[in-house]
Every structure is written in structure tokens, then in C-alpha cells.
Design a protein around this ligand. Structure first.
Ligand code: ZN
Length: 453
């Protein structure tokens, strides 16, 4: 029977006994398959990724080979002058229509400079008295195994837990990726008009000083990577503890919104706890995702002058407050860290943009309610949460002081206020640093002017 012939995929459950019609169909398909194998007069089609001609010894290269009769074998060689060496050879018992071969040049002992990559593939057709059709793909390439050199021109003497810092550096060659790695977080560096690179990065409040080891890295066009520890002092900063009451009256007041945030939960309290944990985590991930989209990041700062705060407002909560949530009986029900500055003015107060930038979000986002996010360049963003209304749209370019919306109670807010956040690469950082014009001058803007020659 044909039930395990590889070129035919049978799907579904096996039924008891094949009908004559089905058998004839299979025989017909097999006959057509054999006919196609004889009729296939062209060899496999190949492509190489990445497309760059410069390649390092450790750079993974991938050849995609496809053929309608199936791929029988693939041979990858490197050639230099009259010398040739096989890097990878694969022969397949099962001729699938497409194959991917991944390899690198670590074992080739190729010297620096020009060489030719050759890929020869044979299909599984019956052409050429059963030998199959062959095709050869060649590409002139250059082996470059020298990693880029990084010269750090300015680095701040210290960075505080929950804070931000900028470095300016130069690279010896063009790169495909560069920036600062902090644990799982990557903060890209951006080439500036003077030829140097600037990278703004955070010390997430969730990390400890003894676990904070930012690394600067650069990967050149050939895949070679340089990475080294940044010599910056990580200083601890203590934040306040706060208790937040979640009485039944609050849960009733927010009942409709809580039910929308967590429709899978039954009671307002369960919906609140789900919003404060599951929805909060999803919202945090969304902020990281928005910041990781290159379309949302201007590669240079688009602001100058001091950052503004909501006028005539009182501080209701600080960045870094460790909040213990208690119910009406003073029983602890939850804990979280507050990631912004809560500012209260009159109800539905107009909110000025803190600095010049571009609106990349003006929409509802879970616990933040109606929220506006402004990109200021280099991954720096300001966040305005719990709004009643928007005065801007995504894509709008705003000046410092332009009204972006009005304060409110949307999301997880009990009273009318503005939750003002500052994000670096999507990570919330201490807004008070950015609202302090001498901190901004000493730590950010003056360092950006560092001579890179
Ligand atoms: Zn807040």
C-alpha cells in the first residue's frame, strides 16, 4: 500500500477499508507524481541569508533550497584561488520540497579577505537517467573576523536604582546592532550627527545594585560582536512604603471598569486583583513592545529645555512607592510598586506635554485607562495616564506645553489625577530626575555634547 509513501501526506483518521474510488485516486496521484518527477527539467532554486557579502567566522549563514521534485542533496563549499573545502554536505533519504541548511565558517581556517561561497544542490527528479537536476549557486564574499572597537567617550560616574543614564561612544566600523544590555533588557544606541553613538539606558527599580551589570555591545555587518562591562557605579536608592485602601465603596464605584478589565472574574474584588496583577503585567509588556518598535523611536533627542509638570498640582504619590493594598478590614490583599508620579490639580485639568515630541499612543490601556505616550527621542518617553479626554492623535508632533488631554479617573484611579510616567526603552524610571533641570543638564544634555573626535 501507499500509506507511508513520503511524498503524499495523508491526513485525518484512518477509515476501515479504502473504497475502489479512493484507491484509483491514489494510484492516479502516484502516477502523476512519477510523471512530474520525469518532467522536472530544472534544478533546485537557492538563496542565502543574510544577504550581506561580509561575513565573520561565527556568523550563522542559511541557505534555502527548494525544488518541486524534492531536494536530494546539498553541498556547501568555500573556494579561495585554486583551493576548495566542503563546509557542509547533506543527503536526504526523504526528498522534501524545501530544505534549510545552517552553517558557519568556524572550521574553515579561511584567512581574512575575499573568498567564494559555492552551494551545489541536486533534486530528486528522474532527469539525467535518474541522477536528478543539479544547480550551483556562487557568491563572492569577504571574511571579516575583526570585531568592532568601542571607545566610550563619556559615562556618568553613577546611576541610581530606578534612574537613567546616557553614554556617548564611537565605533570603529558600521554595525547592525549596538547598545547597552541590562539583564534581559536591551537599550539600543543611536548614531548621532557628529558620528558618535548615544545610548540612554535604565537601572530598573526591580533590580538590585549587586545584580546590575550593564554591558555595552556592538555587532558589525559581518556578525562579529564586541561586548564589555560598563564602568558605572550602581547606587541603591530607598523608596517609600505606602498603604492603599481598597474599601468596598471604591470597588463599587469602579465596578463597570473592573468588569471590563477582567471579565473572566466574578466579584469586583477578584476583578480588582486581576487588574492589578495580570492586566498590569500585560500593560508593562505593551509599553516595552511600543518602545521596541523602531517606528516609535526618533534616533535623536527632539526636545530642549526643562521638562514640565502638571501646573498647580500636588504630589499624591511618588515613583517607587511600595504599596501595600488593604481592604476595608485593614487586611492585606496585594502589593505593587508605583511606577510614576501622581499629580492632582482641579478635576479634568488640561495636561501640558512635558517636552517636545511625537505622540505614539493615545488610547485606552488597561490599568492606565485613557493614556497618551510621547516619544522624545533615543527611547525616552513620557506617559500621561487616567485621562478623561484626549487633545492629540497618534502621529501628532507636539511642543512643550501643548495640551495633550485632561486629567481624570479612567483605569485603576480612585480620584481625579494625572499619573505622570517617564520611560526609557519602555522601562519606567524616576520622573523627578527629568523634572530636575540641573540633573538633566549634568547627566544628559551636557554629556550628549561630548566631543567624539
Ligand atoms: Zn499613579
Amino acid at each position: 500500500m501507499f500509506k507511508r509513501k513520503p511524498s503524499f501526506r495523508s491526513s485525518g483518521k484512518r477509515s476501515s477499508g479504502l473504497s475502489v474510488v479512493a484507491l484509483l485516486l491514489i494510484l492516479g496521484a502516484a502516477g502523476a507524481g512519477a510523471w512530474l518527477l520525469m518532467r522536472d527539467l530544472s534544478g533546485p532554486v537557492m538563496s542565502l541569508a543574510p544577504e550581506t557579502a561580509r561575513v565573520g567566522l561565527a556568523q550563522p549563514l542559511e541557505v534555502a533550497v527548494s525544488d518541486k521534485s524534492g531536494v536530494q542533496s546539498v553541498t556547501v563549499s568555500v573556494k579561495r584561488g585554486s583551493q576548495s573545502m566542503v563546509v557542509k554536505q547533506e543527503t536526504y533519504a526523504v526528498p522534501e520540497q524545501s530544505r534549510r541548511i545552517v552553517f558557519d565558517l568556524k572550521d574553515t581556517r579561511l584567512p581574512e579577505g575575499a573568498f567564494e561561497l559555492e552551494v551545489r544542490a541536486v533534486d530528486a527528479s528522474y532527469a539525467g537517467f535518474g541522477r536528478g537536476n543539479s544547480a550551483t549557486f556562487t557568491k563572492p564574499m569577504v571574511l571579516d573576523s575583526k570585531p568592532p572597537r568601542i571607545a566610550v567617550k563619556t559615562v556618568p560616574p553613577a546611576i541610581h536604582r530606578g534612574g537613567a543614564a546616557i553614554i556617548v561612544y564611537t565605533l570603529s566600523e558600521d554595525v547592525q546592532k549596538t547598545g547597552v544590555q541590562v539583564g534581559d533588557l536591551f537599550f539600543p544606541g543611536y548614531k548621532q550627527e557628529n558620528g558618535g553613538y548615544a545610548c540612554l539606558f535604565a537601572f530598573p527599580i526591580t533590580m538590585r545594585t549587586d545584580g546590575y551589570h550593564p554591558e555595552i555591545m556592538a555587532q558589525d555587518m559581518a556578525g562579529n560582536v564586541t561586548s564589555s562591562r560598563l564602568l558605572v557605579r550602581a547606587l541603591n536608592k530607598n523608596y517609600r512604603a505606602d498603604t492603599l485602601n481598597i474599601p468596598e465603596s471604591f470597588l463599587n464605584y469602579k465596578a463597570n471598569e473592573l468588569a471590563q478589565l477582567c471579565p473572566e472574574k466574578d466579584t469586583p474584588l477578584e476583578q480588582y486583583l486581576c487588574s492589578n496583577n495580570k492586566v498590569r503585567a500585560a500593560n508593562d509588556a505593551k509599553l516595552l513592545e511600543l518602545a521596541a518598535d523602531p517606528g516609535n523611536v526618533t534616533p535623536r533627542f527632539v526636545w530642549e529645555g526643562p521638562f514640565r509638570r502638571l501646573p498647580r498640582s500636588a504630589v499624591k504619590a511618588n515613583f517607587g512607592d511600595h504599596r501595600t493594598y488593604v481592604d476595608g478590614h485593614r487586611t492585606k490583599i496585594d502589593e505593587q510598586t508605583h511606577m510614576g508620579l501622581d499629580l492632582a490639580s482641579v478635576a479634568q485639568a488640561p495636561i501640558p506635554a512635558s517636552a517636545a515630541g511625537r505622540v505614539i499612543w493615545a488610547d485606552y490601556l488597561g490599568i492606565h485607562g485613557h493614556m497618551v505616550l510621547i516619544d522624545h527621542g533615543l527611547g525616552l518617553m513620557t506617559q500621561y495616564s487616567h485621562l478623561t479626554d484626549y487633545k492629540v492623535n497618534v502621529g501628532d508632533v507636539v511642543k512643550a506645553g501643548d495640551i495633550v488631554g485632561t486629567t481624570g479617573v479612567s483605569g485603576l484611579a480612585g480620584g481625579d489625577h494625572l499619573h505622570f510616567g517617564v520611560l526609557v526603552g519602555g522601562v519606567p524610571v524616576q520622573p523627578l530626575e527629568w523634572l530636575d533641570s540641573s540633573w538633566v543638564k549634568n547627566n544628559i544634555t551636557s554629556r550628549l555634547k561630548t566631543n567624539v573626535k
